[in-house]
Design a protein around this ligand. Sequence first.
Ligand SMILES: NC(=O)c1ccc[n+]([C@@H]2O[C@H](COP(=O)([O-])OP(=O)(O)OC[C@H]3O[C@@H](n4cnc5c(N)ncnc54)[C@H](OP(=O)(O)O)[C@@H]3O)[C@@H](O)[C@H]2O)c1
Length: 336
Amino acid sequence: MQLKPIQDQVAVVVGATSGIGRATALQFAEQGAKVVVSGRSETKLASLMDEMRSLPGEATPIVAEVADFNQVKAIADKAIDVYGRIDTWVHTPATAVFAPFEQTTPDEFKRIVEVSLLGQAYGAMAALPHLKQGGGALIHISSVEGTRALPLQSAYGASKHGIEGFLEALRVELKHEKAPVSVTSIRPAVINTPFWNNGLTRLGVQPAGPPPYYDPRLVADAVLYTATHPTRDFIVGDAGRAVDLIQRISPALMDTILLQIGFPMQDSRRPKSEDDPNNLYESVSDPKHNRIDGDYSHLVAPSVLDWVDKNPMLKWGALVSLAAIFALTQGIREGS
Ligand SMILES: NC(=O)c1ccc[n+]([C@@H]2O[C@H](COP(=O)([O-])OP(=O)(O)OC[C@H]3O[C@@H](n4cnc5c(N)ncnc54)[C@H](OP(=O)(O)O)[C@@H]3O)[C@@H](O)[C@H]2O)c1
C-alpha cells in the first residue's frame, strides 16, 4: 500500500489542542500538509491556529466533542468541504480519573469509556468511508495501557484495551475486502503532556506517570512515520517496549512489579484536590494548558528503539549481524 508524502496529504488531527495532538498537528503543518484540527476548546484551537499560521501547511479548525458521533462526523465533513478528501486521520482524545476502581463512580467510568473508547470508534467510523475512497492511514493514539493497565486508572486502561480490540477486528476486515487503508495503533509509554494535569484526581495529588517520561514530539514523529509507512502498531518509548515484553512473558510478574512501583510512582507529591479543574466533561480553560509539554520535562529521557523501528533495514541488518556473530562463535567453539 502506497501512502502519500506528508506535503501532499490532507490530515485530520482530532484532539489537536494540547499534548501529542498539538505536536502532531504542528509537525504536519511544518512539513506542508493541509491539516484539519479539532478539540473542544475554541480558545485553545485559536492559540493553535496562531502558531500554525507561520508554517508552510494550511490549517482549518473545528470545535467537536468526541463522545458525540455527529460532532465527530462533522470533522470529516469539514475536511471534505474544505479540502475534498482525507488522506490521514489521527485520533488522540482520551481522559482519565486517577482513583482506585472502588472510588470511581459509574458515571465517571461511563464518561471515560465514551470519550476514550467510543470517541475513537466514532473517529474510525467517520473517517473510513473517505479513507477507503482514495486510500490512506487511520491512526489511533492508544497506549501501552492497551496491553497493560496501571492501577488507579481502571476506566482509562479498559478503554485502551477496547481500542486494541476493535482495531484488531477492523484491520482484518479491511484486509479481507482489500481496502487501501493502513490501520495503526500508536502505543506511547509515559509522555510529558498536560494529560497529567487534565485528569480528575482522587489521589490527593496531581497524578504522575511511572518515569521515564518521553517527549510528545517523539509520538508525533511516530504518527508522521506511520502516515507514510503502513505500520500495524508502534510503541513509543523504550520503557513501553520493556513493559510490553514483560507483560507478554508473564502478566503475574508485571502484577508484582506494579504492586511495588505502580502506586508510589503515580504520586507527584504536588497536592491537588478532586475539585480542581479537570477535563472529564469539558476542556480545562486555563491557557497554560494550550501547550505540548507537561510539567515533567526534568524527567524526560531519550528513546533509542523508536529510531530503530523507523529504520527497519537497519533493524534487520543488526539482527542478521547478531545471528551471524552467534553462528560464527558457535562454529569456533565447536571447532576448538
Ligand atoms: N501523556 C501520556 O503519558 C500518554 C501515554 C500514553 C498514551 N497517551 C494518549 O495520548 C493521547 C493524547 O493525550 P495527551 O497526553 O496529548 O493528553 P492531553 O494533553 O490531555 O490532550 C488531550 C487532547 O484531547 C482533547 N480532548 C479531550 N477530551 C475530549 C473530548 N471529550 N472531546 C474532544 N476532544 C477532547 C483535548 O482537547 P480539549 O481540551 O480542547 O477538549 C486535547 O486536545 C490520549 O489518547 C492519551 O491516552 C498519553
